[in-house]
Design a protein. Sequence first.
Length: 85
Amino acid sequence: MNFCSVFFILSRKGLIKVYIAHEKVPIYLKMTLTIKEAAEYSNIRIKKIESMLREPNCSFVLYVGTKKLVKRSEFEEFVRKKLII
């Protein structure tokens, strides 16, 4: 999904509307994922991922303040090794 920013620049000819397109980084290239992105990427329910992140020895959780992010490569490795989650 792409998104764009809209800016207005005042010039001698008047107000000019400028669009700047931003490319969204593909999930497989990100270092960390939100819980929602991790759920979409892995096809595991959001509530299940949240419960896994609450485990005391969770190797793929990263705290940014109070926000929990998922370390993508560690999460992939965890899922790869598991038969049942």
